[in-house]
Design a protein around this ligand. Structure first.
Ligand SMILES: C[S@@+](CC[C@H](N)C(=O)[O-])C[C@H]1O[C@@H](n2cnc3c(N)ncnc32)[C@H](O)[C@@H]1O
Length: 277
């Protein structure tokens, strides 16, 4: 992947991603713990974090492995890596190193070095999934484990797909289909498990539900707007079109009203893998 293709590499996206850390911790907290458990991120482990973003998972992994363990936090975006380093400093963890690294091309990393590989919502963005999975197997010790979260299908994740659906309906969808599919590229549960097995991992994929809650329509809309995909959709519009899409989204959000607030369901897939030899 080239830098220009990575929609996560702009200063604006990085700042937004950072600002959204608390919201992510709330709706992804349990799923993330399951991912860390699946990968066997425990005291003393050597962990590779793929597509760490602003470092949420690097910090969590670093706290789990403690001073006897280590985390290599990687991302294809230098701006994300910088932010991840700042998150680690702010959290007071000192056992994390940072490296610019395409998750689909792990050849430069030492074979059989890691006890655990994790990746939260990053595997969908590699150019060649088969190559990425072979690379993961190669860098894992025998018996080492992978835990990776990816998004389930768009219709099960309205907080991610609502903007696309409403923009399409309103004739306001002006971004390439490839970008729209991006977050959902690995939503085929069986296909993902098969790809991991084909790469030589023992693997299974389980569904892990999540839910996004918001107290007000304003914060619910803000939540939708945190997604880089929604930002891309909005960024392609004139001011008037943008206002019109935001109005339509507010109306649509009412479908998800529950009591005083809003509840948007979501579905992630947890890929659990193990290097058998
Ligand atoms: C949806 S964000 C997830 C960030 C972080 N893991 C989290 O859960 O908060 C996707 C991340 O993957 C990174 N990314 C995209 N393509 C990548 C690739 N080929 N290799 C490594 N990282 C990649 C992006 O720069 C971005 O930081």
């Amino acid at each position: 992947m080239t830098e220009t293709e990575n929609i996560f590499d702009s200063a604006d996206t990085v700042a937004r991603w950072r600002a959204n850390a608390e919201r992510r911790a709330a709706y992804l907290g349990q799923a993330t713990e399951r991912m860390l458990d699946a990968a066997g991120v425990t005291a003393g482990a050597r962990v590779l974090d793929l597509g760490t973003g602003t470092g949420d998972t690097a910090v969590l992994a670093a706290l789990r492995v403690g001073p006897g363990g280590s985390v290599l936090a990687t991302d294809v975006s230098p701006a994300m890596l910088e932010a991840a380093a700042e998150s680690c400093t702010a959290a007071g963890v000192t056992n994390v190193e940072f490296q610019r690294q395409d998750a689909g091309a792990l050849q430069s990393l030492e074979p059989g070095y890691f006890d655990a590989v994790i990746g939260r919502f990053s595997l969908m963005f590699v150019t060649d999934l088969a190559e990425a999975l072979r690379g993961i197997r190669r860098v894992l010790k025998p018996g080492g484990r992978l835990g990776a979260l990816v998004w389930g299908p768009p219709e099960r994740n309205p907080f991610l797909s609502l903007s696309t659906r409403v923009a399409r309906r309103e004739g306001l969808l002006k971004v390439p289909e490839e970008q729209i599919i991006g977050p959902f590229r690995l939503a085929d549960r069986d296909g993902l498990a098969r790809a991991a097995v084909a790469a030589g991992l023992e693997a299974e994929v389980e569904e892990v539900p999540v839910e996004v809650r918001a107290r007000t329509q304003e914060t619910a809309l803000e939540g939708l707007q945190c997604s880089p995909l929604t930002q891309t959709i909005l960024g392609a519009l004139s001011e008037t079109e943008r206002a019109s899409l935001e109005d339509a989204l507010k109306v649509e959000l009412e479908t998800y009203r529950e009591g005083e607030g809003y509840r948007l369901p979501g579905l992630t897939l947890l890929l659990r893998g193990r290097n058998p030899a």
